[in-house]
Design a protein around this ligand. Structure first.
Ligand code: ASP
Length: 453
C-alpha cells in the first residue's frame, strides 16, 4: 500500500483533479490519498487556504463576510462544474463553512484553525465524490474518526504518539481512502492545524502508521533541484537524496517538501518520492536512508532569509558557569526559539527568525542580556540569510569548505558567520540577505558547473 499526497497546485482546478484521479487509478497500490486545499491556478492566484484566512479574519473583526465567503465557495463551484458533479456538493461545502463561521470566537486561534482546515476537509470530500461518480470505491476519511491526534498548539500542532496506533487500521479498510491533510484533533477533541504546508506532514504520519511501501509526494516540479530555479538557470535535478540532506535543504528554503514532514517517514523507514502531477512519468526524486555516493560532495545549495543575530560579548564568558543557560532563559521567557548558536571564547551569536521580534521585545532582550548577564556588548543585526551547502559526501571530502569560502570571496560576498560541525551533512554561511542570491549562484557555479578548459 502506498500513500500519495497531492499538493495545492495539483488540486487547484477540475483539470488538475482529473490528472490526480488518473494518477491514483494508474496504480492499485495507491490507496491512501492525502489532499491539500485547492492551491494557485497561476502565479497571481490565491490559495483557498489564504482565502479562508481572509474570511476568518473578516469575521473576527465583525465585518461583513459575504464577499470572502463567496470567493471560497466560487473556487469549489468552478471545480465541481468542471468535474460535472451535481451542485449538491457545493451546497454542502457552503453550509459546512457557514456552520464553522457560526462557532464561538472566544478563542480566535481555535476559530481560525477550524476555518482554515475546511479547505482540505471539503476538498477531500469533493475528490472522493468525484472518484465515486466514476464508479470507483472511494471514501472520504474523517481524521477524527481515524484518530489523528495532535498537540493543542493552534496553527503549529505536532503529532501525538498515539496517532500511529490509531491510524494503523486504515490499512485494513477497502477501497481508495481520501484523507484531508493539514489538520487533526487534540486529545479534548478540538480541531487543530499543523504548520502551513502541513499536508506533507499528514502524509508522512499516515505512511509511517500504515507502514506504507512508499510515500509519494506529488507536487508541480519534476524533481527536487540542486538550487532554486529562480536563482540559478536550469539547476541540476536531484535523483536521490538522504532524509538528512532533504531535511537540511527544506529547512533552508527548499519548499518542495515540508521540513517537518521527513521525520515520521524516516523513523519508520518509509522511502519518500517527490513527483510531478503534471508529468507523472518522470522518475522524480527519491529520499532514502542511504544513497550511493557521487563524485560531487555537494547535493544542493539552499538559502533562506528572514534571520537576525544577537551578538553577545563578555570577557571570560567561557569560564562563567551557567552563562549560556541564563542567556537562553531570557529568550525562553520572551517566547523566542533560536535556530543556531555559534560561539567563541568570549562571545556567542544567537541566530533566530526575525519575525519573532518586534521593536519593544528586541529592546527588552538587549537590556536584559546587558543587565542580568553583565554582558559588555550586545548587538542585533537584521536581515540575514542562511546559505546551506548540503551533501553527505562532505564528510569524506577534503577541501569542500575551502572551495565554498573561495567561491564566496570571488563573488565578493562577505561571510558574517560560518557554522559547520554539529551537522555532518551541511555547512552554513550567514550572509546579508541582499547578497543571498549572489552567494547561491557563486556556490552553484563552484560545485555544479563543470570547468571549461
Ligand atoms: N493548505 C495548507 C496551506 O496552504 C496546507 C497544505 O497545503 O499543505 O498551508
Amino acid at each position: 500500500m502506498k500513500v500519495a499526497k497531492f499538493g495545492g497546485t495539483s488540486l487547484a482546478s477540475a483539470e488538475q483533479i482529473r490528472k490526480v484521479c488518473d494518477i491514483i487509478l494508474a496504480d492499485p497500490e495507491r490507496r491512501l490519498i492525502v489532499v491539500s486545499a485547492p492551491g494557485k491556478r497561476s502565479k497571481d492566484d490565491t490559495k483557498v487556504t489564504d482565502l479562508l484566512i481572509a474570511l476568518a479574519e473578516c469575521h473576527l473583526k465583525n465585518e461583513d463576510t459575504a464577499k470572502e465567503l463567496e470567493a471560497v465557495v466560487n473556487r469549489y463551484r468552478e471545480i465541481a462544474q468542471g468535474l460535472e458533479l451535481n451542485s449538491a456538493i457545493v451546497s454542502l461545502i457552503e453550509s459546512d463553512i457557514r456552520e464553522r463561521l457560526s462557532a464561538n470566537t472566544s478563542n480566535p486561534e481555535r476559530f481560525m484553525d477550524a476555518i482554515k482546515a475546511s479547505g482540505e476537509d471539503n476538498n477531500a470530500k469533493l475528490v472522493a465524490r468525484f472518484l465515486a461518480s466514476k464508479g470507483v470505491d472511494a471514501h472520504y476519511i474523517n481524521p477524527k474518526d481515524a484518530g489523528l491526534m495532535l498537540s493543542d498548539e493552534y496553527g503549529n500542532a505536532q503529532v501525538l504518539p498515539q496517532s500511529y496506533d490509531n491510524l494503523k487500521s486504515l490499512r485494513d479498510r477497502s477501497g481508495i481512502l481520501i484523507f484531508p491533510g493539514f489538520f487533526g484533533y487534540s486529545p479534548d477533541g478540538t480541531l487543530v492545524t499543523l504548520p502551513r504546508g502541513g499536508s506533507d506532514i499528514t502524509g508522512s504520519i499516515l505512511a509511517a502508521a500504515i507502514k506504507a511501501e512508499l510515500y509519494e509526494n506529488f507536487t508541480d516540479v519534476d524533481s527536487v533541484f540542486s538550487a532554486n530555479p529562480n536563482v540559478v538557470d536550469h539547476p541540476q535535478e536531484i535523483k536521490e537524496l538522504t532524509y538528512r540532506e532533504m531535511r537540511e535543504l527544506s529547512y533552508a528554503g527548499f519548499s518542495v517538501f515540508h521540513d517537518e514532514a521527513l521525520y515520521p517517514a524516516f523513523s519508520a523507514g518509509i522511502p519518500v518520492c517527490v513527483k510531478n502531477t503534471n508529468n507523472p512519468m518522470a522518475p522524480g526524486t527519491m529520499i532514502v536512508f542511504e544513497r550511493r555516493s557521487s563524485a560531487n560532495p555537494v547535493v544542493g545549495i539552499a538559502s533562506d532569509s528572514g534571520f537576525c543575530s544577537i551578538y553577545v560579548r563578555k570577557y571570560l564568558m567561557n569560564r562563567e558557569v551557567g552563562f549560556g543557560r541564563r542567556m537562553l532563559h531570557i529568550l525562553e521567557d520572551e517566547g523566542i526559539s533560536y535556530e543556531h548558536m555559534p560561539s567563541g571564547i568570549d562571545d556567542v551569536t544567537i541566530i533566530l527568525r526575525q519575525d519573532q521580534l518586534d521593536v519593544e521585545k528586541e529592546a527588552r532582550i538587549i537590556a536584559r542580556i546587558r543587565d542580568e548577564l553583565a554582558a559588555e556588548d550586545v548587538v542585533v543585526e537584521h536581515n540575514l540569510a542562511m546559505i546551506m551547502v548540503v551533501g553527505e559526501g562532505m564528510r569524506h571530502n577534503v577541501g569542500t569548505t575551502a572551495r565554498a569560502t573561495g567561491a564566496l570571496a570571488k563573488a565578493r560576498v562577505n561571510i558574517e558567520m560560518i557554522n559547520q560541525g554539529s551537522s555532518e551533512v551541511s555547512m552554513m554561511f550567514g550572509v546579508k540577505a541582499v547578497n543571498a542570491e549572489k552567494a547561491v549562484a557563486a556556490l552553484y557555479d563552484e560545485f555544479f558547473v563543470p570547468v571549461r578548459v
